[in-house]
Design a protein around this ligand. Structure first.
Ligand code: ADP
Ligand code: G6P
Length: 735
C-alpha cells in the first residue's frame, strides 16, 4: 500500500491574506482537529479547500499559497465564490447539515445547490485522481463530499476508499425526504468501508440503503453485486496526550508567564474563591443548543436563587458559516439572550455570563478547560462532540464535572458524565446543582474511568482501527470464496463445453435465468430465453435440466411444451422430454396442515407477504414487505419453524426473500446427483443464485463447474454478477 490521501472540505489550516502575505491558522471543528494528529504522524497528503476563494486569491500569491500548504503536506482544491455559495453554504449547510441534525424546518431543497454540490464533488474527485497513485489509500471525510467515493471508483475501480461521516446519519424517515437520496447513497457506496461515530448512525444508514436501494444487507455488509461494502462504527477519539501534556505544561507556568485570559481567570478565582465556573465551548451552531442552554441557566438561577453570585457561565462561541441565514439569526438570538439575562441578573460584583464570540488560540482553550469546575455541553444533536473529551483530558488532578447531552455521539462512551436531555430544564437545573455540590472524591472516581477510556481509545487508535478494517475489507473482497467469471475464465469454460462428449447442465430459474419480480407469476420466460434454451436443449450430447423450487403447475405452463427436462419443488418432481411430471422422491404432505396456520399468522401480521402452496412444500414470500420489517419477521418465523420442525423429517430453506418448509429428504443437490448417476458425463455445469442452490454446489463432484449468481458467500467455484451476464454465458453454450 502507498501513502494515505485524506480528503475533506476543510484543510487542517486555513489561509488568509494579511498585509499582502499568507497567514495560516489552525481550523476549528472536530474533523480538522481530530484528523490533524493522524496527518502529522504519518506519510499522508491532505486535499481540501484552502479557505480562500478564487476571487480572494491574487494570481501573484498562488505560488506562495501552494508553498504554504506544502509545508503542511496539503494540496488545495480551488473553489470560486459561486461554488462556495452553492456547494458549501448551500447544499452542505442549508440542506444536509440541518437535515442530518433533525432540523427539518431549516432544510432547503434547492436544485441549484444540488447541481453545485455534484460539480464540486467531481472537482474533489478529480483532484484526488490527479494527486494520488494507484496503490494509495484514499480516505474521504464528511458530509460535504458524499459523492466523491463513487466518482473515484468509477474512474479507478481498484482504488481503496474509506469514508467517514463526522455528523449523525438520520433515521430513514428523515433521510428519505431528500429528493436526491438515492444518488447520495450510491455516492457513498463507492467506498469499501463506511464509518460512523455510533452504531445508531450505522443502523440508520443500513436501513436507508436497504429500503431505498433495495440492496441486500447482511449484518453490516452491503452486497452491491461485484463487491461488498462494509459499514461499521468507530467513535472518534482525541489526541489525549496532546491535551494532557498541554495541561501539565500550563500548570507548570510561572504566574507571570500566564496568558492574559488565564490571569483574568485567576483573578476571578482569588476574588470569589467559592464561585464555580461553568464552561461551554461550541461553534456557533443551532445544533449545539446554545440558546436553550442560556434559557436553562436562567431557569436554574430562578429555581435556586442561592446560587446567584456563586456561579458564572463562560460561553465561548466560535464564529461559523456566517453566510447561512440561520446562523445569522442564531447569533442575534444569542446576543439578545445574553444581554437580557446579564441585564436582568447582574449585580455590582457579578455578571452571570461571560460571552466570547471568537476563535481562540489553543493555549486559551486549555486555560478555559483547566479553570472551569464544570463543562456544560448541551447539543440538541451532535455527531460526536470532541470538546467533552478534551475537557476531561485536561483535568490533571481528575477533578471537574462534565454535564453532557444524551444527543451527542460522545455520550455513548461517557456514561460516567452527568447525562442530560437538553430539552428538560427541570432535570438540567437539578443536574447543575448536583455538579456544583459534587464531592471531589466522586468527581475523581468518575473522571478516572473517563480518562482511562479516552487515553486508550485515542484518535490514533481510532484511525488505526479504521485503516485495519479497510485493509481487511479489501482482503475479504479479494479472497472472496469464489472467482469472478472474467473473459478468460468464460472462454475456458466455453472451450471445455465445446470439447465435451456428454454434457449435463443444471440451471436454476428465479434469480438466474430471470430477474425477481414482485409477483412470481410475472417472472415468466421471455422469447430470447426460450430461444437460447431451445438451442442448448436440442444440442447433441447435452442434457439440460431446469432445476427450481417452483411448483409444477407453473413450469408445466411455461416449459412442458418445450420438452425441456425439469426438476421442480427442489427435487420432488421430474419431467423429461415433454412427459408429465412424476415424483422423483417419496415425500409426504401430511405435515402441511399443521404448518400452514403458522405461516398464515405471519401473513396476517406482515403486510405484503403471502404463502405459496406447492404440492409438497409451503413457502412464505416476503419480497413485497417493508425490507427491514420483512427481515425481522423472517428471523422470527425461522425461530418458530425451527422449533416446530425439530424432528428430521422437515427442513426450512432460507431463499431469496422466501422461507420454505419442505421434507428434508428433498433438495436440489440430491436430485442433481441422481441425474448425474444416470450416465457418464464429462462436463457437468450447475448455476444458481440462492441458498437452495448451494446443495447442488456442495453435492455435485469436484470437477463440476459451479457458478453462483451474485457476489455472496458460496460453495460454488465461480460467481457471475447478474442475470444479464448469465444470459451472455448460456448464449456462448448455445452458439
Ligand atoms: P464540531 O465538530 O461540531 O465543531 P466538536 O466538539 O466535535 O464540534 O469539535 C470542535 C473542535 O474545535 C474541538 O476539537 C475544539 O478543540 C476545537 N475548538 C473549539 N473552539 C475552538 C476555538 N475557539 N479555537 C480553536 N479551536 C477550537
Ligand atoms: C463539523 C463538521 C466538519 C466541519 C466542522 C466545522 O465538525 O463535521 O466537517 O469542518 O464542523 O465546520 P466548517 O463548516 O467551518 O468547516
Amino acid at each position: 500500500m502507498g501513502k494515505t490521501i485524506i480528503i475533506s472540505n476543510r484543510l487542517p489550516v486555513q489561509l488568509q491574506i494579511s498585509e499582502g502575505g499568507i497567514v495560516a491558522t489552525p481550523s476549528v471543528g472536530g474533523l480538522a482537529t481530530g484528523m490533524k494528529s493522524i496527518h502529522n504522524s504519518g506519510e499522508s497528503l491532505w486535499i481540501g479547500w484552502s479557505g480562500l476563494t478564487d476571487e480572494e486569491t491574487p494570481e501573484e500569491l498562488n505560488d506562495a499559497i501552494n508553498i504554504a500548504l506544502e509545508k503542511h503536506n496539503c494540496s488545495k482544491v480551488n473553489l470560486s465564490q459561486e461554488e462556495m455559495e452553492g456547494y458549501y453554504f448551500g447544499f452542505s449547510n442549508r440542506t444536509i447539515w440541518p437535515l442530518f441534525h433533525y432540523f427539518m424546518e431549516y432544510t432547503e431543497f434547492e436544485l441549484d445547490f444540488w447541481e453545485s454540490y455534484k460539480s464540486v464533488n467531481q472537482k474533489f474527485a478529480d483532484a484526488i485522481l490527479e494527486n494520488s497513485d494507484e496503490d494509495d489509500i484514499i480516505w474521504v471525510h464528511d458530509y460535504q463530499l458524499m459523492l466523491v467515493p463513487q466518482m473515484i471508483k468509477e474512474k479507478r475501480p481498484n482504488a481503496v476508499i474509506g469514508f467517514f461521516l463526522h455528523i449523525p446519519f438520520p433515521s430513514y424517515e428523515i433521510f428519505r425526504t431528500i429528493p436526491w437520496r438515492e444518488e447520495l447513497l450510491s455516492g457513498l457506496l463507492g467506498a469499501d468501508l463506511i464509518g460512523f461515530h455510533t452504531y445508531d448512525y450505522e443502523r440508520h444508514f443500513l436501513s436507508s440503503v436497504r429500503r431505498l436501494l433495495g440492496l441486500e444487507v447482511s449484518f453490516n455488509d452491503i452486497n452491491i453485486g461485484n463487491r461488498v461494502v462494509k459499514v461499521d462504527s468507530f467513535p472518534m477519539g482525541i489526541d489525549y496526550k496532546k491535551f494532557r501534556d498541554a495541561a501539565i505544561a500550563h500548570n507548570a507556568l510561572a504566574p507571570e508567564n500566564r496568558s492574559v485570559l488565564q490571569k483574568r481567570l485567576d483573578d476571578h478565582k482569588i476574588s470569589a474563591p467559592d464561585t464555580k465556573l461553568i464552561l461551554s465551548i461550541d461553534r456557533l451552531d443551532y445544533s449545539k443548543g446554545i440558546a436553550k442552554r442560556i434559557s436553562a441557566f436562567e431557569y436554574f438561577l430562578n429555581k435556586y436563587p442561592e446560587y446567584k453570585e456563586k456561579v458564572r457561565l463562560v460561553i465561548l462561541a466560535v464564529p461559523s458559516r456566517s453566510n447561512v441565514p440561520q446562523y445569522q439569526l442564531l447569533k442575534k438570538e444569542i446576543d439578545e439572550l445574553v444581554g437580557r439575562l446579564n441585564g436582568e441578573l447582574s449585580t455590582v460584583n457579578w455578571t452571570p455570563i461571560w460571552y466570547f464570540y471568537r476563535s481562540m488560540p489553543f493555549k486559551n482553550l486549555i486555560d478555559l478547560y483547566i479553570s472551569s469546575d464544570i463543562a456544560w455541553l448541551t447539543p440538541l444533536r451532535d455527531g460526536m462532540n470532541l470538546v467533552a473529551k478534551e475537557y476531561i483530558a485536561t483535568r490533571i488532578d481528575k477533578t471537574g464535572v462534565l454535564i453532557l447531552s444524551e444527543m451527542a455521539g460522545s455520550a455513548y462512551e461517557m456514561n460516567e458524565a452527568l447525562l442530560i436531555n437538553p430539552n428538560n430544564f427541570e432535570h438540567q437545573a437539578e443536574t447543575l446543582k448536583k455538579a456544583i455540590t459534587m464531592p471531589k472524591k466522586e468527581q475523581m472516581a468518575r473522571n478516572m474511568f473517563l480518562q482511562k477510556r479516552l487515553e486508550r481509545y485515542n484518535v490514533e487508535v481510532w484511525a488505526q482501527e479504521f485503516m485495519t478494517a479497510l485493509k481487511n475489507q479489501i482482503e475479504n473482497n479479494e479472497a472472496f470464496v469464489s472467482k469472478k467469471i472474467n473473459d478468460t475464465i468464460l472462454s475456458k469454460i466455453t472451450t471445455k463445453y465445446k470439447n465435451a462428449t456428454n454434457r449435463l447442465v443444471f440451471l436454476d430459474y428465479d434469480g438466474t435465468l430471470a430477474d425477481f419480480h414482485n409477483d412470481p407469476q410475472q417472472a415468466s420466460p421471455d422469447k430470447a430465453l426460450y430461444e437460447v434454451l431451445d438451442k442448448i436443449h436440442n444440442q447433441k450430447n447435452t442434457t439440460l435440466f431446469l432445476i427450481s423450487g417452483r411448483d409444477k403447475q407453473t413450469f408445466t405452463k411455461w416449459f412442458l411444451h418445450k420438452k425441456y427436462n425439469m426438476i421442480v419443488e427442489h427435487g420432488v418432481w421430474i419431467s423429461r422430454n415433454g412427459e408429465e411430471f412424476s415424483l422423483l422422491e417419496n415425500v409426504k404432505s401430511d405435515w402441511m396442515h399443521k404448518i400452514k396456520p403458522v405461516l398464515e399468522s405471519f401473513v396476517d401480521r406482515t403486510p405484503g407477504s403471502f404463502i405459496e402452496e406447492k404440492n409438497y412444500s409451503l413457502a412464505w414470500h416476503y419480497r413485497n414487505t417493508d425490507p427491514d420489517f420483512g427481515e425481522k419477521r423472517a428471523t422470527e418465523l425461522n425461530t418458530v419453524l425451527t422449533s416446530l420442525t425439530s424432528n428430521d423429517t422437515l427442513s426450512v430453506l432460507n431463499g431469496n426473500k422466501v422461507m420454505e418448509v419442505k421434507s428434508s429428504n428433498v433438495n436440489k443437490g440430491r436430485a442433481a446427483v441422481r441425474m448425474l448417476s444416470e450416465s457418464d458425463f464429462d462436463f457437468v455445469f450447475a448455476m444458481g443464485d440462492d441458498w437452495t442452490d448451494e446443495y447442488m454446489f456442495e453435492e455435485l463432484p469436484e470437477s463440476t463447474i459451479s457458478v453462483k449468481v451474485g457476489r455472496q458467500k458460496t460453495q460454488a467455484k465461480y460467481f457471475i454478477e447478474n442475470t444479464k451476464k448469465v444470459r451472455e454465458l448460456i448464449g456462448k453454450f448455445a452458439e
